[in-house]
Structures are given as C-alpha cells and as structure tokens.
Design a protein around this ligand. Structure first.
Ligand SMILES: NC(=O)c1ccc[n+]([C@@H]2O[C@H](COP(=O)([O-])OP(=O)(O)OC[C@H]3O[C@@H](n4cnc5c(N)ncnc54)[C@H](OP(=O)(O)O)[C@@H]3O)[C@@H](O)[C@H]2O)c1
Length: 322
C-alpha cells in the first residue's frame, strides 16, 4: 500500500510517499480500499508542526472507499460496503485500517468523492451552525473565508435556516462563489475593511455571530463586528494563531462570548457522529447542500495540493485521488 508520511515538520516537501505492506485487519477494525482522500487546513497545521504529533506521522484525516475486510467483532460494516470517515490519522493513502465504529456507510445518492469531501468540512459546518451557535431566522452572521471548503458549506446552511449571511473572501472571483452559495453580501476583505463594511451593512448594530477561521489577521476586527452579547466562534487560524489577549476586552466590547471549538468534540460519540452525518447526507439528497470539489490531485501530488490550499488558490474542497 501507499501512504504519505512526514518525518519532520516543515513545508509541503516534507511529505513523502512510502510503500509498505497493507496492515492485517485486527479486532474491531475494517480495512478499506481508499478511493478519495480529503485535504483539510488542519493537515497543514499538522505538517508544519503548529499542531504537534509524534514523528514520524502519517498525514491526512479523512477519506472514502470500499471495505475490503473486517476484523473480529465488526458487525456495523461488511466487505463491499462504501464507507467514509474523518479524524483518522494516516488517511492520505490507498488502503486504510479504520476503527469500524468511526466508519459511516455512504448512502447510494452520494458518490465517493462527494462523501470524502463532505466529512470534515461538512460536519464542521453542521456543528458550527447547528450546535456552537444555533443560527435562527432573523440572525445576521459573518462568515470569513466564505468561498473556502467550510465557508461555502456554512453559507448554504446559514441561508437554509433563514439567517442573513455576510461573507468575506480574498478575491472577486471568490466573492462571486460565496454569493452563489447563498451569502447575501460578500466583502472582498483584501480591498475593503470588513469591520467598516459590516457596521454599514447592519446600520451600526453588528452581527449576532462571527464564524472566524482566519484567526490572526481578522480576530480583533471580528470582535468589533459583533452586536451586544454576540458570539465569536473562532474555529481556525489560516492566517496564523491569535496572540494572547486580555479577556476583559470581551466585557468592554459588549459582554461578548468567545469559543474555540473543534469538530472532534462535536462527533466524539457514535450517536452524535451518526446524527450529524445523517442530516448532512439528507441535505445533499434534497439539494440543500451542494458539495463543490474545487481541485483534485493524485496521491503523489499531495505537496501541490497543500501549496494550492495554503497559497489561497482554492475554493471549495481539495481531494487526493489514490
Ligand atoms: N475547528 C474545527 O472544528 C474546524 C473544522 C474544519 C476546519 N477548520 C478550520 O477552518 C478553516 C478553513 O478550513 P478549510 O479546510 O475549509 O480551508 P479553506 O477555507 O478552503 O482555506 C483557507 C482559506 O482561508 C483564507 N485565508 C485568509 N488568510 C489566509 C492566509 N494568510 N493563509 C491561508 N489562507 C488564508 C483563504 O480564503 P480567502 O482567500 O478568501 O481569504 C483560504 O482559501 C481552517 O482554518 C481550518 O483549520 C476548523
């Protein structure tokens, strides 16, 4: 089998394609022939060492494929089943050994690439809009990087639940993509100060929630976009980590809430994983959610995929096809 490994933290070039024997299928595990691997920004944090794992580390967290064999005690999936997963290190590969209780059966209306594309980013968009801050009709939200993988999905979900959606994106082409995904207004934050524009668009009131995955370059102004008792959902740091700050600014800016959530705490139990993925797959079925695959690369082009993502050249989902 083939798998991408890192032996040191660093640039995209530290990712190396290794050949190794496929592992035996042990108790409670399923061996899956991988047909699509999802690329996510967290893979970049793990590659650079911003998020440190012991080395050597097998990179990649999600994918989809077909079950080849199952170990003792596995009843939830069987050979031949189409499955998808997220949160499993070592997922940039062509064969993957996955704990059976983390596998989701892929319904027939979802193809493998769409399944791989909707796991991490789709369930993230789901928990952010449905659980962290439960968006309602009448809310106005600000979504940064609205044309990105999570961003395009969050725009669609926010629109579906009746919120007014203000997005930001780094090019005019991206602002158009975010508008197509349902954002009512999209600010090119490379050209316009989004804080000033959000104040103008909300008649000075601000928004109930900001979904901020950009971090360092947006954090302070995101707080300034909130209405009284609004919530900043800081869920990523594509531009770099937010520096330490005095929590009393949450008081002076209007008794604000700040949370720094992770998907893996919102799908920690099998029940919650099934609930979220069930709703997600149904939204794909009824057309509420369109999964945009922005770019595909072969497994041995993982470095090119990372360069494209971190240089802000992608919209929607990036996949590796083994
Ligand atoms: N906490 C969670 O549970 C969770 C789950 C999933 C994802 N995330 C986070 O959500 C974010 C989006 O993830 P994704 O995989 O969907 O990636 P993505 O949004 O497709 O890509 C990142 C985007 O961030 C924007 N960006 C702004 N400044 C940037 C900079 N200096 N360098 C790179 N990008 C910059 C770019 O869009 P523009 O050019 O339009 O600015 C870029 O396309 C990441 O921060 C990720 O860590 C968090």
């Amino acid at each position: 089998m083939k798998r991408i490994m890192i032996h040191e933290f660093g640039g995209p070039e530290v990712m190396k394609l290794k050949e190794m024997p496929a592992p035996p299928c042990t108790e409670r595990m399923a061996l899956v022939r991988v047909t699509a691997c999802g690329v996510n920004f967290i893979d970049i944090y793990q590659r650079t060492g911003l998020y440190k794992n012991p080395l050597p580390y097998p990179i990649g967290l999600e994918g989809a494929g077909v079950v080849e064999s199952v170990g003792d005690g596995v009843r939830s999936v069987a050979p031949g089943d189409r499955v998808a997963w997220t949160g499993i290190p070592g997922s940039y590969c062509d064969m993957n050994l996955v704990p059976a209780d983390r596998l989701l059966k892929v319904p027939k209306w979802v193809d493998d690439r769409t399944a791989a594309a909707s796991m991490l980013q789709g369930m993230a968009a789901h928990y952010l809009a449905r659980s962290t801050y439960r968006l309602r009709k009448g809310d106005t939200c600000l979504i940064h990087a609205a044309a990105g993988g999570v961003g395009l999905l969050l725009c669609q979900i926010a629109r579906k639940v009746g919120a007014r959606v203000i997005g930001t994106a780094g090019t005019d082409e991206k602002t158009a993509r975010a508008r197509e995904a349902g954002a009512h207004e999209v600010i090119n934050y490379e050209k316009v100060d989004f804080e000033v524009e959000v104040r103008r668009l909300t008649d000075g009131k601000g928004v109930q929630v900001v979904y901020d995955s950009v971090g360092k370059s947006t954090f302070e102004r995101s707080l300034n976009c909130l209405s009284r008792r609004g919530m900043l959902v800081l869920f990523g740091q594509s531009s770099g980590p937010v520096p330490a700050f005095d929590p009393s600014i949450l008081n002076t800016k209007g008794s604000l809430y700040l949370t720094r959530p992770s998907l893996f705490h919102y799908i920690a139990t099998r029940d919650e994983l099934l609930e979220r993925s069930h709703e997600l797959f149904n939204w794909i079925k009824d057309g509420t959610l369109k999964i945009a695959i922005g770019a595909t690369f072969s497994l041995d082009q993982a470095a090119d995929a990372h360069r494209a993502l971190e240089e802000r050249r992608t919209t929607g989902k990036v996949l590796l096809i083994p």
